[in-house]
Design a protein around this ligand. Structure first.
Ligand SMILES: [Fe+2]
Length: 300
């Protein structure tokens, strides 16, 4: 059995306009700005972790890194060995690099599409509760869910699927085979595969082909369905471009909507959905991605 990552602990985003991101992240998403790095990087808090999302000055306006949490030192070393056996070059992060991520130890590697990835243990936690700058009930995170999920375009679907299962120990949840028309609209040339590493239905999903960016969207999940509706209204009132109406996904049953971030990629703002119990879960293919809603308002 492969050593497995436990959760998508943090993501790093590249952004050309950090001031716009600071306003968007705090006033629209309701994240807490915990710190601004010396280079202007925004460290955004959504629970008791130091940060779950970092936004770095970077004109690419795209995904910059994925951070996967493992249990402890032994798990990190085992994962490093597993990645090396898989033919992936692994570097141990310096203490300064670990400190920049607010974790005790980390390793660095690239996924098959060249996405900068890290695995770590020992995240820095706050001892004070998360307090959103907005009147929302907080985000569903933690060891059973991680920070949320990302949906990306990969260069080679089979290679990436093999990597995330065998080198990172994740499990396939299900597969979406949208109609040709819909696949074209969301910018992929194939089916999409969803992977989990805890109760969250997917921590990462991908199709091959080219979105306009590597990152199609990231998800944040709130604990109260009213926060989805209130945030949808807030986007309309604040002229944040909406990507879709509110809808319910066919595979994870999440109720959500999509909006455009200041970097042009999407953010899914969701509530609810089902959890994956590996003892009973069956991998299936879904022809539709939404049971209702998620009608396009502005294409990404
Ligand atoms: Fe999503």
């Amino acid at each position: 059995m492969a050593t497995a990552v436990k959760q998508l602990g943090y993501i790093g985003l590249g952004a050309s306009n950090l001031d716009a991101w600071e306003r968007y992240a705090t006033e629209i998403l309701g994240l807490q700005l915990c710190e601004r790095g010396p280079d202007g990087t925004l460290y955004l808090r959504m629970d008791d972790y130091h940060h779950r999302i970092s936004v770095h000055p970077d004109p690419s306006d795209d995904l910059r890194l994925l951070g996967w949490e493992v249990e402890d030192h032994r798990a990190l070393e085992e994962l490093a060995r597993q990645l090396t056996e898989w033919g992936v070059k692994v570097e141990h992060g310096t203490p300064a690099e670990a400190a920049a991520r607010s974790v005790y130890r980390l390793i660095k590697f690239k996924d098959p599409s060249g996405i900068d990835s890290e695995a770590y243990y020992g995240p820095l936690k706050y001892n004070t509760p998360f307090k959103s700058p907005r009147a929302i009930g907080g985000f569903l995170t933690g060891e059973d869910y991680g920070m949320g999920h990302v949906v990306i375009a990969v260069d080679d679907l089979d290679k990436s699927a093999s990597f995330y299962q065998n080198a990172l120990g994740m499990r396939v949840t299900d597969i979406a085979t949208p109609s040709e028309h819909r696949a074209k609209r969301i910018g992929i040339s194939s089916h999409m595969i969803f992977f989990h590493c805890n109760l969250r239905h997917h921590s990462i999903a991908f199709g091959s082909g080219r979105y306009t960016k590597r990152l199609n969207h990231f998800l944040v999940q709130v604990k109260d369905i009213d926060d989805v509706g209130a945030t949808f209204d807030l986007c309309m009132d604040s002229e944040v471009p909406l990507v879709s109406s509110i809808g319910r996904h066919a595979n994870d049953l999440m109720i959500s909507f999509y909006m455009k971030t200041p970097s042009g990629f999407g953010c899914e703002f969701g509530y609810g959905g089902r959890e994956v119990d590996d003892r009973t879960w069956k991998v299936v293919m879904n022809r539709v991605t939404s049971l209702w809603g998620h009608r396009t308002i502005n294409a990404l």
